[in-house]
Design a protein around this ligand. Structure first.
Ligand SMILES: N[C@@H](CCC(=O)N[C@@H](CS)C(=O)NCC(=O)O)C(=O)O
Length: 432
């Protein structure tokens, strides 16, 4: 890679200041590309022109927030962002409850007027700033919005209500299939990958749940939404070429573990295909040798071979360094919140980051550090922490370092809780 200084420490890992020197400066969150860390988005406007504040959840788990977020980004409306905790991962901020007693997200302030309910929010934004390609109340748009809700209900039914493989789950699976075929037929009405002639509000309305369907059906049912539905694959691929979508896009691992507490439960079918998909999502490999440019499932050969089609976007340059910068920013908190971070964990983390940047594959972490490394691996949250490809690089580096732990190479990590995610309480990461 040519990035790594010549002389790492005796343990084989780079020193913290050497790692810091490799980390790129943070990108322009305010005027640059869509990103999950911004608190203000100006595009080409000045701050005095901001009329909108979006209240969305800290971790970008809320699908209704993603819909509004994408709309603002596609229309390049300047706005502020205030982040709020969801019940499943922490206590709601009291200032938010004073504003929105139900605590529900998203909410939006437009010229000082508070609006809740994502559809009403989009309607208010449309009235103020004009439609995104076609009005929400256009008859073709309305019919497609209803179809989105039908697909959503079919997904909930299959994912949450029928757990057994075989006849018990077949009607729900068949019904979902039928709805997905209707969505494919709707995509075939116009030329090009989108629901209408070009990207419109309809695509943004479908995005949050189609993203979550792809992830959850792969993890809990071993079902490849994109593999089974070529028009949906084409639609996802077109989205993956937009920086707006990429800035809000999550990954399969994040959704597989953020959905159970939000949905009540997600039932795994237990088939061989499902077990294989879940294992790949949880344990990798995230980067495969098929993949010249890096990123499991991104090169054509890897996509064909993998049961998990998470993205077709090739790994962009700089993914590993993006991950490095994000870990370094929160290094001390990451160590403090990790229940396994005893003595030596800091050293293990330096070792993993050295592997991440392409140096020190011989670097051995202190004995017993594997559980802490895997705990961190399992809590990377996309896009809250970093992009999908950066997360793959980091997961891979943490896991390969854990495997080099002479005392616990095979030690299983503590399972991620399914009824709540207080392990993801954002308070300790709040800026001072
Ligand atoms: N119909 C509402 C649904 C919003 C909704 O269900 N929000 C969930 C998050 S996805 C929520 O805020 N739940 C309370 C919480 O999680 O704290 C909308 O479209 O805005």
């Amino acid at each position: 890679m040519g990035l790594v200084p010549e002389s790492p420490s005796p343990s084989g890992s780079l020193a913290w200041d050497q790692l810091q020197a490799l980390a790129p400066p943070p990108p322009d969150r305010v005027r640059g590309v869509t990103n999950a860390q911004a608190q203000l988005r100006l595009f080409r406007s000045s701050e005095s022109e901001v009329r909108v504040t979006l209240y969305r959840d800290h971790h970008a788990w809320c699908p209704y927030c993603q819909k509004v977020w994408l709309w603002l980004e596609e229309k390049q409306i300047p706005y502020r962002i205030r982040k709020v905790t969801m019940n499943c991962y922490g206590d709601k901020e009291s200032w938010y409850r004073q504003r929105v007693p139900s605590g529900m997200l998203p909410a939006l302030e437009l010229d000082g007027r508070l609006i809740t309910e994502s559809d009403l929010i989009l309607a208010a934004l449309e009235a103020a700033f004009g439609p995104l390609e076609r009005p929400l109340e256009d008859p073709e748009v309305l019919a497609l919005r209803q179809l989105e809700r039908r697909l959503f209900r079919a997904w909930c039914q299959w994912l949450c209500c029928t757990g057994e493989a075989g006849p018990a789950s077949e009607p729900a699976e068949r019904h979902f299939e039928k709805m997905a075929v209707l969505v494919e037929a709707a995509l075939a009405v116009h030329e090009g990958p989108w629901f209408l002639q070009s990207l419109s509000c309809v695509d943004l309305i479908f995005t949050p749940y189609l993203e979550r369907m792809g992830a959850s059906l792969s993890y809990y049912k071993g079902y490849g939404l994109r593999q089974c539905h070529p028009a949906l694959d084409r639609w996802f691929s077109a989205l993956e070429q937009r920086s707006t979508y990429l800035g809000t896009q999550s990954d399969f691992h994040t959704h597989a573990h953020d959905l159970p507490p939000q949905m009540g439960r997600c039932l795994a079918s237990g088939t061989a295909a499902q077990v294989a998909c879940a294992a790949q999502i949880d344990q990798g490999p995230w980067i495969t040798p098929h993949d010249g440019s890096g990123g499991s499932g991104t090169g054509p050969a890897a996509v064909a071979a993998s049961p998990v089609l998470e993205t077709r976007q090739l790994e962009p340059p700089g993914a590993a360094l993006e991950a490095l910068a994000r870990v370094l920013k929160h290094r001390h908190t990451l160590v403090a919140v990790n229940p396994y971070s005893g003595a030596g964990f800091d050293q293990a983390l330096a070792c993993a980051l050295t592997r991440l940047v392409g140096g020190g594959v011989a670097c051995l972490p202190p004995p017993g550090s594997a559980p802490g490394l895997r705990y961190l691996r399992d809590r990377i949250c996309v896009p809250r922490d970093m992009s999908l490809h950066a997360a793959r690089r980091l997961r891979q580096a943490l896991e390969s370092t854990a495997q080099a732990d002479p005392a616990g190479a095979l030690e299983a990590p503590t399972p991620i809780p399914t009824n709540q995610r207080r392990d993801q309480d954002p308070r300790r990461f709040a800026p001072a």
